[in-house]
Write a protein that binds this ligand. Structure first.
Ligand code: ZN
Length: 96
């Protein structure tokens, strides 16, 4: 394989995206989280609050692009967790 993708999830800066409201490019700026809901979104690291300098639109935008490769890895990880869960269940039974 000549090109190996190491990053599971690609992070993009939505500042270069079009404004969802007016469609203008390069007008989005990061905005501070103003309430609990927005802080929670920010905490997940997936969404951040943005504001449009042109039309004053404000809202959350995702800066994460989930690739097919990352979905496979997440599925594999979920399966692994499930096996660990089963294994722990087995061990707990034996010690009773
Ligand atoms: Zn706008």
């Amino acid at each position: 394989m000549p090109f190996k993708q190491k990053k599971i999830i690609l992070r993009l800066d939505p500042s270069y995206k079009r404004c969802p409201s007016c469609g203008e490019v390069n007008v989005l700026r990061r905005s501070r989280a103003k309430n609990f809901w927005e802080s929670t979104l920010k905490f997940t690291g997936v969404y951040r609050m943005y504001r449009c300098r042109k039309c004053n639109w404000r809202g959350p935008l995702s800066n994460v692009v989930v690739t097919l490769e990352s979905l496979k890895k997440i599925a594999l990880f979920g399966l692994l967790l499930y096996f660990i869960y089963l294994l722990i269940g087995q061990v707990v039974k034996e010690f009773k």
